[in-house]
Design a protein around this ligand. Structure first.
Ligand code: SPV
Ligand code: MG
Length: 315
């Protein structure tokens, strides 16, 4: 099964499915190791791991570079957080063409104005006209070069203070324009808004949620509401920030590694995650066996030179 169809089956499956955040190749590998079936390549965490803000400070081609590393590092399908599509319909269709070429299984775009700000930043955010956003969806559909490429339309209507009915109207338009699924985002501390949205949703297309701000809602409530997919959007990065702060502060304070070794992953763990064993096996296949590699070749050249010198009787 291709990564495109793997993501499509996850999103369309009647079972509740989960996508876990990754922001680089390593976090993608850890996500796969944990047992997840798909990856959310988060705009927030990719930006932050580059030391940038979630305001489109990284260009779309820089994001593409990162998502290629993520995709190459794992067998899991990746849904890229494509923000607003990095501009108008034209930049978005260029992105979609590249994503298809690189085997990235899907993209999610949101109906805010470019450059966007993170949904949880406490300041007014602006939506684009729904017909303009629908045009982006249609442009992507006309551009994708794999039939199973997944296109998720995210409405930020609730984030921008609009009503559930306004969010539903937008979602209807996006579904009609060809989106495969609707992501309904909320920053409320409970799931009330998204559950109300799900109750009133036609069910025509699968629903996706990001429960970052309502983390204590029991997952069964999402299941019972007919949600298709839950995205755990930033938890690998946040966990690594906590761990890196802890070890950095400890080593700085102690001026020593004493007591640190047992608390962190070993160097062997790194070798295992990036699959050093595969390179060793490949060396056995592809490097010349008898010579044992470069050092032996260099030694052979030295032997020949010494022999030549001997024969001239210099030594
Ligand atoms: C992201 O992970 O970048 C998202 C989700 O878009 S949120 O940060 O909640 O907007
Ligand atoms: Mg984002």
């Amino acid at each position: 099964m291709s990564k495109f169809s793997a993501l499509r089956s996850l999103i369309e499956s009647p079972e509740l499915t989960f996508l876990m955040e990754a922001h680089n190749g390593l976090s993608a590998k850890i996500t796969e190791e944990a047992g997840f079936a798909g990856i959310w390549a988060s705009g927030l965490t990719i930006s932050a791991s580059l030391g940038l803000r979630d305001n489109n400070e990284a260009s779309w081609s820089q994001v593409l570079d990162v998502v290629e590393f993520i995709n190459d590092a794992t067998t899991l399908p990746v849904l890229l957080d494509g923000d607003t599509g990095y501009g108008n319909f034209n930049t978005f269709r260029l992105l979609v063409r590249k994503l298809c070429r690189h085997g990235i299984a899907g993209v999610c775009i949101e109906d805010k104005v470019f450059p966007k700000a993170n949904s949880f930043i406490d300041k007014a955010q602006e939506l684009v006209r729904p017909d303009e956003f629908a045009g982006k969806i249609r442009a992507a559909r006309d551009t994708q070069t794999n039939d199973d490429f997944v296109l998720v339309a995210r409405t930020e209507a609730l984030i921008c203070g609009e009503s559930v009915s306004s969010a539903l109207r937008r979602a209807d338009q996006y579904a009609a324009a060809g989106a495969d699924a609707i992501l309904i985002h909320s920053k409320k501390p409970t799931a009330v808004e998204v559950l109300e949205f799900a109750r009133l949703w036609s069910g025509e297309k699968p629903l996706i949620i990001v429960p970052t701000k309502y983390p204590d809602t029991p997952t069964d409530l999402f299941r019972d509401a007919g949600i298709s997919t839950v995205i755990w959007a930033n938890h690998n990065l946040r966990a690594s920030i906590t761990a890196m702060r802890d070890v950095s502060r400890r080593i700085h304070a102690m001026q020593s590694l004493h007591g640190v070794e047992g608390r962190i992953a070993g160097v062997d763990d790194i070798f295992q995650l990036v699959d050093n064993a595969e390179l060793e096996a490949a060396e056995n296949i592809y490097l010349p066996r008898a010579s044992g590699g470069r050092n032996d070749e260099a030694a052979a050249v030295r032997d020949i030179s010494v022999q030549a010198v001997d024969e001239r009787g210099v030594v």
